[in-house]
Design a binder for this molecule. Structure first.
Ligand code: C2O
Ligand code: CU
Length: 493
């Protein structure tokens, strides 16, 4: 903690760039270890005691009334922090709906600034999507009527007012949105107490309170916190029975990437990602999850001894990036009872019709590696852009036809930063990743709405645009990058 404070102060005082330090780190690391550590250090995670029972947000069906407001919550054990929330406390309720429903949500803006809600991953009419221009003034309200026309999946919701998204999400405004359908129900997956939402977010505190104050360097790397919260609580645990569990995991952090794994040699059995179930279960020992992405995972605790503790951790994934240089613990599972279970892992989960590049009427190259200079840019480092453009609310940058299939090549091959790219209003499939990790990873084999693109990578995605015409946004889900302008409007005509 104190070391971390020093690092922030050091960077603030000296004007040195963590970004520059990271870029040069492969060269500096061995030669000049001490000096490098002073500048390019990660925000070291502060581990907790994992002795608080995991908070599970309330579930609401069909009609939700959300009140964005200032609130107080015990984010850190036995300490009160002021937060923002959609209810009382932290975060918002989990909204659950069936395919075919129309969900009605009223949003009351109890903040002193504009807000709205984007329904991340849902395919909705333009005026329901939560475009940054559709906001409620302080004291105002918005009404959303959401026709659920898509497959089951773990979606989520959060504010989207331009320039303020990161701060509002960081302060606590976010919630899960689960869609169920008949295909999923037929699998009899673990449910009720055996189906658990896991919203992972890192936070930075000053004293007892959340502090959102990114430096210019932190707008480049992303604002990384030292405390890992699950469902708004630092270091909780869940007592589990020795049976199968379904974890719906959301990375709701503004910028932090996790490399999730279980201790004790337990695999993660991935059954779904952003846009619902995969074709078949994918068993992995670890999986990378970027901001905005979701994972639907089964864990088999059966046969595990009573009293055994198993941790969900994030493993190191890079020696050079400030994000990937530390392993840490996210949540503890404590097996404390036996229960008989008939559940058997299905070999097939879902029918996914594969889109292929031959169906595409157009291929767009999208350069996400460029920063552009701008008055008010970051210490000469420029601002984040998409194809050299910074977000302009009134300018449409790409026009696509309703019902048409396109390939978008998201190109970070010249880039040095991590960009989780999100396209509103559509679900896509991942065709290929070249450079960097050079492969489509297990969780990317289904429908996606957010795709993590590491430095040096180029990813090709394919999608068929829906019949909903209008202007939607496409942006980086590193929310510091998004607020910095790494977002464009695209129009479906
Ligand atoms: Cu979850 Cu436009 O974002
Ligand atoms: Cu980015």
């Amino acid at each position: 903690m104190s070391f971390q404070m020093k690092r922030r102060d050091f960077i603030k005082r000296s004007g040195l760039s963590a970004f520059t330090a990271w870029m040069g780190s492969s060269m500096i690391l061995s030669a000049c270890h001490t000096e490098e550590d002073m500048i390019g250090e990660p925000n070291w995670i502060v581990e907790g005691s994992f002795d608080r029972t995991l908070f599970i947000p309330d579930v609401v069906k069909s009609n939700a009334s959300l009140h964005a407001q200032h609130s107080v919550s015990e984010l850190l054990k036995e300490r009160s922090s002021s937060t923002l929330s959609y209810a009382n406390g932290v975060l918002g309720p989990t909204i659950r709906a069936n395919r075919g429903d129309t969900v009605s949500v009223s949003l009351q803006n109890g903040l002193s600034e504009e807000t709205n809600i984007h329904w991340h991953g849902l395919i909705l009419p333009e005026n329901m999507d939560g475009h940054p221009r559709d906001v409620a003034a302080p004291g105002g309200s918005l009404h959303y009527s959401l026709p659920i026309i898509q497959r089951s999946g773990t979606y989520w919701y959060h504010p989207h007012p331009h320039g303020r998204t990161a701060k509002q999400v960081f302060m606590g405004l976010a919630g899960m949105f689960i869609v169920n359908d008949a295909e999923e129900a037929a699998l009899s997956l673990p449910s009720g107490e055996y189906e658990v939402p896991i919203i992972i977010q890192d936070k930075h505190f000053e004293g007892n309170n959340l502090d959102y104050s990114p430096t210019e360097d932190e707008i480049m790397t992303g604002y990384l916190g030292e405390q890992i919260l699950v469902n708004g609580q630092h270091a909780p645990f869940l007592s589990v029975a020795s049976t199968w569990y379904r974890l719906r995991i959301l990375n709701g952090s503004t910028a932090r990437v996790y490399n999730l794994a279980l201790t004790g040699g337990k695999p993660l059995i991935i059954i779904g990602s952003d846009g619902g179930l995969l074709r078949t279960p994918e068993t992995v020992s670890s999986i990378i999850l970027g901001p905005g992405e979701r994972l639907d995972v089964l864990v088999d605790f059966s046969g595990t001894d009573i009293g055994k503790e198993i941790f969900l951790v994030s493993n190191k994934f890079s020696e050079f990036n400030v994000q990937g240089r530390q392993s840490f613990t996210v949540i503890k599972f404590k097996v404390d009872r036996t229960v008989a279970s008939e559940f058997k892992l299905p070999s097939t989960l879902s029918n996914i019709i594969e889109l292929n590049a031959g169906q595409a009427v157009n291929t767009r190259s999208i350069n996400i590696a460029q920063t552009v200079s701008d008055e008010g840019g970051h210490g000469g480092m420029g601002r984040h852009s998409i194809n050299g453009r910074i977000f302009n609310m009134d300018r449409v940058d790409e026009v696509v036809s309703a019902g048409s299939t396109e390939v978008w090549e998201l190109d970070n091959s010249e880039g040095d930063e991590i960009h989780p790219m999100h396209i509103h209003g559509v679900q896509f499939q991942v065709l290929e990743r070249t450079g960097g990790r050079n492969q489509v990873i297990a969780s990317e084999k289904g429908w996606k709405d957010t795709i993590l693109i590491m430095p040096k990578e180029k990813v090709r995605v394919i999608m068929t645009f829906p019949e909903y015409k209008g202007v939607f946004v496409f942006h980086c889900h590193n929310l510091e990058h998004e607020d910095d302008g790494m977002m464009v409007n695209y129009e479906i005509v």
